[in-house]
Design a protein around this ligand. Structure first.
Ligand SMILES: [Cu+2]
Length: 308
């Protein structure tokens, strides 16, 4: 473990913070101070408005009637809520499919094996490169001893952030760790905000607005079309769509769910439209990763969101 830590020391071990948003009513944790430090040495040069006060964002608003709004910030680091993520071997070969193994370990040193089902799964694994390219959302399987395993292929060299998103004892938790692919990282600047983007399966997706105000609840509405015609998405993870937002620079993590999540996953606003309620905690640039399902296939599309 120490040698692993040493290998990773030269890489950005940026602080990351989880903000659960949306319909995760109940069972949310209080804000806890995230650990870690941000030496984002291989972060993209783009981006000027690094926030200073991200960790202390603390929403104390009332429970705004069901879904939407509220969500205390959850600290995001290797350890949180007495739990930590232990990755077997965080070094992967470039562009090769490898078995990634990790465990969640409790305060007592025991590997956690009992996880709650959240969004139809017991473990959600998000991986993204430091420059917010290479997004993946995976669902590993757990062995009897508590080891989670998934195939993972990282296409490009560089430092990646892994987020293990789960609930244990009804406490939603997201732990982060770094992965590394050897080689010279050719980091990309964050794309400029654009109102439309094409999913990896060729669907046109429009985002109704690409700016938001920090600390204010905003609705993000995505419309999916094909050849100019609206397309209705199929249920995915118990909802009309799945949205993860990562903040540029520190890769703070927002897990946002559709407003209708609590009511059985009907997409908001009718055909081809998926609505989310989100409160971006700070100014900065965020990359939104929307996933939805059509004809049994998961589509992924990304947008840049400016928060002022
Ligand atoms: Cu998932």
């Amino acid at each position: 473990m120490n040698s692993v830590a040493a290998k990773l020391a030269g890489f950005a071990a940026a602080l990351a913070v989880l903000f659960g948003v949306g319909a995760l009513a109940g069972g949310l944790l209080d804000a806890s101070a995230p650990g870690g430090d941000a030496a984002a040495s291989d972060a993209p040069a783009h981006g000027t408005s690094k926030d200073d006060a991200m960790q202390t964002m603390n929403q104390t608003g009332s429970e705004a009637g069901g879904h939407g709004a509220q969500m205390p910030v959850r600290g995001l680091a290797v350890a949180e809520n007495g739990l930590r993520v232990v990755v077997d071997d965080p070094e992967l070969k470039r562009n090769e499919t490898e078995r990634l193994r990790f465990r969640i370990v409790g305060r007592d040193g025991e590997t956690v094996r009992d996880f709650d089902v959240e969004h139809t799964k017991r473990m959600h694994l998000i991986v993204a490169r430091r420059d917010l390219t290479g997004f993946q959302h995976l669902h590993p399987t757990m062995d009897a001893d508590g080891t989670w395993t998934t195939n993972l292929r990282l296409r490009d060299a560089g430092s990646y952030r892994l987020f293990a998103d789960f609930s244990h004892d009804e406490e939603p938790t997201t732990l982060a760790a770094d992965l590394r692919v050897d080689g010279r990282a050719d980091l990309q600047a964050l794309p400029a905000p654009a109102g439309t983007a094409t999913s990896d399966g060729g669907y046109e997706v429009a985002l109704d607005r690409t700016t938001a105000t920090a600390g204010e609840e905003s609705e993000l509405r995505f419309t999916v079309t094909k050849d100019g015609l609206p397309v209705k998405t199929e249920p995915y993870l118990g909802a009309g769509g799945h949205l993860v937002a990562l903040r540029e620079g520190d890769l703070a993590f927002l897990h946002v769910h559709p407003m209708e999540d609590a009511h059985g996953g009907e997409a908001a606003g009718g055909e081809g439209s998926i609505g989310f309620e989100s409160t971006f905690p700070t100014t900065g640039s965020y990359r939104l990763f929307l996933q939805f399902k059509i004809d049994g296939r998961i589509q992924t599309v990304a947008f840049t969101q400016e928060v002022r």
